[in-house]
Design a protein around this ligand. Structure first.
Ligand SMILES: Nc1ncnc2c1[nH]c(=O)n2[C@H]1C[C@H](O)[C@@H](COP(=O)(O)OP(=O)(O)OP(=O)(O)O)O1
Length: 196
């Protein structure tokens, strides 16, 4: 079955819609700016960062930000991971997020990346405090180190993350558009997974 993604979301592959909500119209936007967001995902756990300043302050998120002039999204994602978590990884793109916010003039086109391995030491930086979280309930793991980790803190993350993070964790390529109201709540959302 072919489905039509919302405005701003361009995708070539076969998609299956997994979430669709909010009664309002999609917000208009006049400019699109590229961003990155990267996650280290290992057996039973994921590395997130607590944002200490700036946009998204006090929320947990992946590591990422704006592209520098001349950079590809992959180069930017690997640089931001080094700058914000102190580690190096060969990242792979695993999804795309498109955000529009009533308070912000441009739309965010975020390339999402993952890796299972990394080099270097996970380090707190001026911008982010990295922390590991369990990706499965403590009673479902036999690994005592994983059982000790906190669960993914969705209540302290962007309101959209709960819709696409499970797809990232299940290694399913995804694409999503999320529109935010000026009070930070979601006003309209759509997410789909890619099928081969
Ligand atoms: N709604 C939502 N959900 C999940 N992730 C995000 C959003 N909105 C977002 O902007 N993000 C992500 C995308 C990026 O990874 C960061 C925002 O980047 P930012 O910190 O503004 O960019 P930097 O280049 O690091 O900024 P400074 O270093 O200049 O502060 O959040």
């Amino acid at each position: 079955m072919s489905i039509s993604p919302p405005p701003g979301v361009t995708h070539e592959g076969n998609l299956i819609e997994v979430h669709n909500g909010g009664a309002e119209d999609w917000l208009q936007f006049s400019e699109v700016r590229p961003y990155t967001n990267a996650f280290i995902r290992q057996e039973g756990k994921i590395l997130l960062g607590y944002k200490k300043r700036g946009f998204g302050k006090d929320l947990y998120n992946g590591f990422g930000g704006k592209l520098d002039p001349g950079e590809t999204s992959l180069q930017a994602a690997e640089r931001e991971l080094q700058e914000e978590a102190g580690i190096q990884a060969k990242l792979r793109e695993c999804g795309t997020l498109f955000f529009v916010d009533e308070k912000i003039a441009w739309a965010f086109h975020i390339h999402v990346f993952t890796a299972e391995t990394f080099t270097g030491e996970v380090t707190e930086t001026e911008e982010m405090r990295p922390q590991w979280f369990a990706t499965q309930p403590a009673e479902e793991t036999t690994d005592p180190e994983i059982a000790k980790l906190p669960q993914i803190p969705y209540s302290q993350m962007w309101a959209d993350d709960v819709y696409w993070m499970p797809l990232l964790l299940s290694k399913t390529k995804f694409v999503a558009r999320m529109d935010f109201a000026s009070d930070g709540t979601l006003r309209k959302w759509w997410a789909a997974k890619e099928v081969q």
